[in-house]
Ligand binder design. Structure first.
Ligand code: GAL
Length: 461
């Protein structure tokens, strides 16, 4: 059995997109402009975010990418002579290269955005047919990260079939039994998504970026919202790939103001989808992406407990962690969540090639696809924490208790071999650092609605 596992993991690594300098080996940590600002960006917004990442101590915790999302270029055309995209001269008077060099001076890295189509989602020029020119331009500007979206795809590049993605509205996932009840135009059995037009478009940009490796290694992050069976072919195309639609529909009017909408309902939906994917598809060099963080957003719609659970789930799943809020005005309680040392250590563990995943669903029978009640009990080993991370979610709308039973946690069952007289482990609260000491059997925790317990379970005692 062990030999088989080693063999499987070798196959997996062979498919991975291994990049120079370890770029993309671990899930990205950083900040992105979209959730906080959407199209309302310019050089000072981006630079001020970078400065805040340093000042607030986030850089010291390894947050490193400062990503410029959609809307950074001239909207109407490319440069007629060079065919290059043109940074908007009003928003970015020093060009993107100017901002990049200031961000590099702060010891951080810089990301940019384009799409595998003719236009971006906000209607700006995009890279289909211009992959080589754009990759070369980004490298020359000093770009370290490319988010590559899926808007503006011409009909000549449309996929012939629709792939199965979770149907949250009807609570009908394609998981775990392979069915996909509401799918129009499904692919015939055995259809190879790896050679689909979608995979081809995204692979073209991978090749263009790889051609820049000598000069500049650019992390490649795919964003096709889980379409075209992306999980099955993305590992050797990009270092991360979005598995679902946007984490928020954008902004809504509250009084006279347009405010960011962020809801626990959507966080739970995505966590539910991810819970069926991360076991099979997450590992070094390739990470399913649950979307950019909403911690700090939602203007009072999300409780602190919900912000906590959102971050614990994303870090536990080892999704890229891209802060999506305005750091100048972030509240202390939200900042503390983003700076949680236990979760960041787990997320950035250089020795452990897997995320946490569910060992029990809790509220539902195991493997139930339920957008409102994702799996509640998750665990993952961590060499960096020298123990096992155990996460427990209260997915219900009222305060309730959850109990971690050591004998149910696979990693602890393994650790227990040789100590047959009973399960007892040293336990630390991953939120507060409080030591519970040697705990026998398991631990019951009281949790507010939609809160998540974080336990670091160490050596047997
Ligand atoms: C969406 C993408 C968002 C954001 C937006 C920009 O397709 O999922 O994360 O990048 O485009 O227009």
């Amino acid at each position: 059995m062990e030999k088989l596992l080693v063999f499987i993991s070798l196959i997996y690594q062979a498919n991975a997109l291994v990049r120079p300098d370890g770029v993309g080996r671990l899930p990205a940590l950083g900040w992105s402009s979209w959730n906080a600002y959407e199209c309302d960006i310019n050089a000072s917004v981006i630079l001020s975010a970078a400065e805040q990442v340093v000042e607030l101590g986030l850089k010291d915790l390894s947050y490193e990418y400062i990503n410029i999302d959609d809307c950074w270029s001239v909207k109407t055309h490319r440069d007629p002579t060079t065919n290059r995209m043109i940074p908007d001269p009003e928003r970015f008077p020093g060009g993107i290269a100017g901002v990049a060099s200031q961000i590099h001076d702060l010891g951080l890295k810089v990301g940019i955005y384009s799409s595998a189509g003719e236009t971006t989602c906000a209607g700006y020029p995009a890279s289909l047919g211009y992959e080589d020119i754009d990759a070369e331009t980004f490298a020359e500007w000093g770009i370290d990260y490319l988010k590559y979206d899926d808007c503006g795809v011409p009909s000549t590049w449309a996929d012939p079939y629709t792939s199965c993605i979770p149907d949250t509205a009807n609570n009908a996932g394609p998981f775990p039994n392979g069915t996909c009840p509401n799918l129009a135009n499904p692919a015939p059995k055995g259809y190879n998504w790896d050679s689909s037009p979608s995979a081809t478009r995204f692979r073209r940009m991978r090749d263009a970026l790889e051609a820049q490796n000598q000069d500049r290694v650019i992390l490649y992050s795919l964003c096709n919202w889980g379409n075209a069976a992306v999980n099955t072919w993305a590992a050797d195309v990009g270092n991360s790939w979005r598995v679902s639609g946007d984490i928020s529909p954008g902004r809504g009017e509250v009084g006279a103001e347009r405010v960011r909408i962020a809801t626990w309902e959507r966080i739970a939906e995505i966590a539910n989808e991810m819970s069926f994917l991360v076991r099979d598809y997450a590992g070094f060099w390739g990470w399913p992406d649950a979307d950019m963080l909403e911690v700090g957003n939602g203007e009072g719609d999300m409780t602190v407990a919900e912000n906590r659970a959102h971050f614990a789930l994303w870090a536990g799943m080892r999704s890229p962690l891209l802060i999506g809020t305005r750091l100048e005005t972030i509240k202390e309680e939200h900042l503390a969540i983003l700076k949680n040392p236990t979760l960041l250590t787990f997320h950035q563990d250089p020795h452990t090639n897997r995320p946490a995943y569910p060992y029990k669903w809790g509220h539902n029978a195991d493997y139930t696809f339920d957008a409102a009640h994702p799996a509640e009990y998750w665990s993952g080993p961590s060499a960096a924490l020298d123990g096992t991370l155990v996460l427990m979610l209260n997915s219900e709308n009222v305060t309730s208790t959850r109990t971690a039973v050591w004998g149910e946690v696979p990693e602890l069952r393994d650790a227990q071999r040789g100590h047959e007289e009973g399960y007892a482990f040293e336990v630390v609260d991953g939120w507060t650092g409080e030591e519970f000491g040697c705990v026998e059997g398991g631990l019951e925790v009281e949790l507010e609605a939609h809160d998540m317990a974080v336990l670091v379970v160490g050596g047997a005692c």
